[in-house]
Structure formats: C-alpha cells, structure tokens
Design a binder for this molecule. Structure first.
Ligand code: ZN
Length: 143
C-alpha cells in the first residue's frame, strides 16, 4: 500500500456530504450552504452560498471542507482577499484561518484527518510553517 495520498481519488456520497454540511454549519454557527450535487464537478467550487461538488470531485470530502471554508470566509470583510474563484488571491490568510476552523471541526466531529498534501501550495506551505512554530513552542525554544 502506498503511504502517501497525493492525487488519490477519494469519493464521497451525497448523503454524507449533506450530513457533514449540516453538522459543520451547526458546529461553526453558520447558515448552512446549499449543496449542488453535480455529477460533472471534478474540482469543486463555491459560489454565492452554494457548494458545488459531486461523486467525481477528486478530493472528495476534503474538497467539501475547502469549499465550506469559503462559505465561512465570505462573512469576514476583507478588501485584499477575493472570496471566490481559484488560485492564490482567493486563498490568503483570511481563507487559511477559516479553513483551519473547518478542518478542526471535521476532526472533532468526524475524526477526519485533512489531506494537506492535496491543497494549494500556498496553503500547504502555511500549514507546514505553522507546524514548525507549534513544535518549537512545545519544545520551549525561542521563536
Ligand atoms: Zn478555494
């Protein structure tokens, strides 16, 4: 068995997607986003209150969590960070903070481990840096 999960297809089903959205919305005190269950959606996206994912979305539930973070992020007023679309400008510090909230909630609620390897590089790097800082703090070394 390969140990790394990079580019591994991780399917989800509609019932689970609905259940996760409901539970996450309750936990994070957010109005639940609508779910557009689209059989053609491979990358997943978020637009104006709706999460678009489906059985062929390659990151599966991790994609759902990512799009849910966009849903949370849109509540935060940020002139510098675009809330919609793909790429770096949509995935700055505000989005990252929201994603951490969602990832933490998914771990608490479902015991789900988020796959950072399949995230955008900019977010993956931010996460790596965070982990190093956390470890240094735990070890009591100067920052
Ligand atoms: Zn995104």
């Amino acid at each position: 068995m390969p140990t790394h999960k990079l580019r591994q297809f991780r399917p989800m089903d509609k019932a689970k997607a609905e259940a996760w959205i409901a539970a996450l919305a309750k936990d994070l005190k957010a109005f639940p986003p609508r779910l557009d269950w689209n059989p053609r959606e491979k990358n997943g996206c978020y637009s104006f209150g709706t999460i678009h994912v489906g059985p062929r979305t390659w990151r599966g539930l991790d994609c759902l969590l990512h799009e849910f973070a966009h849903h949370i992020a849109r509540r935060v007023p940020t002139p510098d960070e675009k809330m919609y679309g793909r790429g770096r400008r949509h995935h700055g510090p505000v989005f990252y903070a929201c994603l951490l909230q969602v990832v933490d909630a998914a771990e608490r609620l479902f015991g789900h481990e988020y796959d950072w390897l399949t995230e955008y590089r900019t977010l993956r790097k931010r996460r790596l840096t965070d982990r190093v800082v956390t470890r240094q703090k735990a070890a009591g070394s100067p920052q």
